[in-house]
Design a protein around this ligand. Structure first.
Ligand SMILES: Cc1cc2nc3c(=O)[nH]c(=O)nc-3n(C[C@H](O)[C@H](O)[C@H](O)COP(=O)(O)O)c2cc1C
Length: 188
């Protein structure tokens, strides 16, 4: 399904066409080269002082990492996201080696995930980010230190037909038009 953004002026087609499905093909596999390219795109995102304050954990459907990540999802994310091919925990490093806070860490991580989203879409995959998960449970499951802040779990895979979603509310959301505030509203 396509859900292109309705833009006031043309933007790059990858940006306009990217969207966040919840219906994922539970039989699809992400090719190794494609997954590497998606991570590589994140690696090459800019960051303040080039600190690259991020760490990713990748789980493939059926493996231990995937089970850990799907096990901490909350709410309706538990219903749809386990059908994705890959789950990725995107974590920000919020404190540097000297113990000083990294104020831009979340922003930097967001840029990296943005780059990953674009590369994924360009390669025919979809990404759906989730903030809906149990942070403390994820930190415990992965043994993350205090300097590591889990921010989103990313579902990655091939979008499937909306009919594969069992939940009617999710089916309705899947086909709903994508909306944004008007440009005038986001300009000060
Ligand atoms: C940081 C972040 C957290 C999100 N958390 C969730 C989530 O927990 N569950 C979910 O279904 N969608 C989640 N989303 C997806 C957004 O709802 C979605 O990106 C937004 O509605 C815009 O839709 P689009 O990506 O299709 O343009 C999240 C997106 C972001 C960027």
């Amino acid at each position: 399904m396509r859900k292109p953004a309705v833009t006031t002026v043309d933007i790059h087609p990858v940006l306009a066409e990217r969207w966040s499905p919840r219906a994922f093909d539970a039989t699809a596999v992400v090719k190794v080269d494609d997954l590497n390219a998606i991570l590589e795109a994140g690696r090459w995102a800019p960051s303040a002082f080039n600190r690259q304050p991020w760490k990713f954990l990748v789980g493939h459907r059926g493996d231990e990492n995937f089970a850990k990540l799907s096990g901490v999802l909350s709410g309706f994310n538990k219903e749809w996201a386990p059908r994705a091919s890959v789950l990725i925990a995107a974590n920000a490093i919020t404190v540097d080696a000297e113990g000083n806070p990294i104020p831009s860490a979340l922003f930097d991580l967001g840029l990296a995930v943005g780059y990953m989203s674009v590369e994924a879409h360009h390669r025919g995959y979809s990404i759906h980010q989730m903030a809906g998960f149990e942070r403390d449970a994820l930190k415990a499951a992965l043994g993350l230190g205090d300097e590591v802040q889990p921010v989103v779990i990313i579902a990655l895979g091939h979008a499937a037909d909306v009919s594969t979603l069992e939940n009617e509310a999710l089916r309705e959301r899947e086909v709903a038009p994508r909306e944004r505030k008007p440009l005038s509203e986001i300009l000060l």
